[in-house]
Design a protein around this ligand. Structure first.
Ligand code: ATP
Ligand code: GCO
Length: 195
């Protein structure tokens, strides 16, 4: 493998995947563990897009375009070394490339989950705007990021703590504490990290 790819250590990450894969849960836990800011991508959808998803109407590329630009701009505004965790479905390659345009050291944590498990999680989750009827469309839209540079693929069924440890282990050489200076304590490598 190219050493530049091997040595790539993100200073910002996107926690990505289909609805219900655990983006918000894992993103929030990683943000706390790293002392990095958290950007919840769903908070930046337009009201029209939220209404569509609530009504069971899938978003199109056009619906997502402005949202991705907003997220990319937010990444661009980070100061060098200012870590950030963004939760964003980032289902297609071109969506991820829009985000990459905003940050040179952007990594992606892909929480891989199958359709039945995602559907069960979305159905069981109370009070969320996302309609379970849209889970199939999430999978139809998904282009796996496996093999793209700067991507870690994790099994979304692993316990939350294990997922967070895997992310910290990946980021450890570059990760900073809340002040942006202290290095993270190295994490013991774990099993189940599929990247
Ligand atoms: N590792 C995990 N193991 C078991 N359950 C989990 C795990 N991660 C998240 N969950 C549960 O799955 C459900 C979906 O999680 P979460 O809301 O974090 O997913 P999400 O990808 O952010 O979803 P959405 O994009 O639809 O907002 C929640 O009920 C959450 O508690
Ligand atoms: O690109 C998309 O279709 C959306 O981002 C969805 O994935 C939802 O926002 C999210 O999963 C629900 O919370």
């Amino acid at each position: 493998m190219d050493s530049a790819i091997q040595d790539f250590r993100p200073t910002a990450i996107v926690v990505m995947g289909v609805s219900g894969c655990g983006k918000s849960s894992v993103g929030e836990a990683c943000s706390k563990a790293l002392g990095w800011a958290l950007l919840e991508g769903d908070a930046y959808h337009s009201p029209e897009s939220i209404a569509k998803m609530r009504d069971g109407i899938a978003l199109t590329d056009a619906d997502r375009a402005g949202w991705l630009l907003r997220l990319s701009d937010l990444l661009r505004q980070r100061q060098p070394g200012e870590g950030v965790v963004l939760t964003c479905s980032a289902l297609r390659r071109k969506y991820r490339d829009s985000l990459r345009a905003g940050h040179a050291q952007l990594g992606f944590v892909f929480l891989a989950l199958d359709y039945q498990d995602a559907l069960a999680r979305v159905r069981e989750r109370p009070g969320h705007f996302f309609s379970p009827t849209l889970v199939a469309d999430q999978f139809a839209t998904l282009e796996s990021p496996a093999g793209e540079p700067g991507v870690r693929v994790l099994d979304a069924r692993l316990p939350l703590d294990t997922l967070v440890a895997a992310v910290l282990d990946w980021l450890a050489p570059q990760a900073c504490g809340p002040s942006g200076r202290e290095p993270m304590t190295p994490i013991t490598p774990m099993t189940g990290d599929t990247a």
